[in-house]
Write a protein that binds this ligand. Sequence first.
Ligand SMILES: *Cc1c(COP(=O)(O)O)cnc(C)c1O
Length: 390
Amino acid sequence: MSDRSDRTRLIASATRRGAARRPVSPPVERASTLLNDRPGDIRDETAGAVYGIEDLSAARQLRAALADLEGAADAWLVPSGLAAVTVPLTALLRPGDEVLATDALYGPSRRFLNRHLKARGMATAFHAPDASVEDILAAMTGRTRLLLIESPASLTFELVDVPALAAACRERGVLTVMDNTWAAGLAFRPLAHGVDVSVQAVTKYVGGHSDLLMGSIAAADPAIARQIAETIEDLGWRVSPDDAWLALRGIRTLPLRYAEQARSALAVAEWLQTRPEVAQVLYPALPDATGHDLWRRDYTGAASILGLAMNGGSEASAHALMSALELFGLGYSWGGFESLITHETGQLAFRRAPPQLVGELLRLHVGLEDPADLIADLERGLAAWTAAIR
Ligand SMILES: *Cc1c(COP(=O)(O)O)cnc(C)c1O
């Protein structure tokens, strides 16, 4: 990493001097077979990829850009953010090992632990999403091999003290894997804070346009990195050249989109805090939010995703609010240019200890629209919410 800023480095990697005249962005190379001029060249790995299952130019440039952000020697690409979580766990755990994770873990990651790993002899324990370092360490047993960190966690956005946890885990020989999707690889650097493996859903902010699925994985220690690389090789996973090309296009503007969306999200969050329909806005960048002090200490930015704990209501009033909105799309995922809303109350039932909210839970993703227009839209939604309750 040079001392230039992220936004400069992510663009300068495209304009670096090269051998020949070339487009700014690499071509999309679709290939299974790669042809050679001489029989002896077919297996020659010193001259680049020998088969299409290896990453070609766009994927290689994307890996280099992600590795630069992560402060790692390399970053690996897998076909989804979920695969970025499941690959390191598959690579690093053995039957009899135990995993410890937050109770507010991303739902499909939790399903992988409770179904796939459990069936193969690896148990998981869950800690409270806002647990102290002491409480998390106390929840470990002699068999705990790995702490899976997601901070801020999904839906309710609690933080844990990652640097302190990483240091304590290293001392005990417990591995740490962090799902850093919220920080987009930008606003928090897991490896620099002592975490062993940093993963993110490239699907979200790096892709940035809701048109691809991908995950990335980076590790500081060469032995851990090798186990992850070999697992990807063994499983036969690769990403499509078209998706790699789109993600490479997305990463050039990542810092600007991320910062602008955070600015809008804070404006929307502050407005929502003044509304009587809303009991609590769950967003770490708000001064009174759970985990705000940790966020201020460790993060250089915020995602644009908020939890809305409503005052009372029902599924019907939540749906009335969502139906009345014109600018918020109804659908999963986040990190794209467009605003989205989902109703999440039902998801809390999967937790070991669901939070005691006073009403319905909604999730807002704030996109790149003008925040004043989004607020006007939400005002319309809240009126429909109130009308549905009466
Ligand atoms: C979306 C998400 C993932 C999974 O990403 P996909 O590409 O949709 O599989 C993983 N972790 C977190 C925290 C996410 O929000």
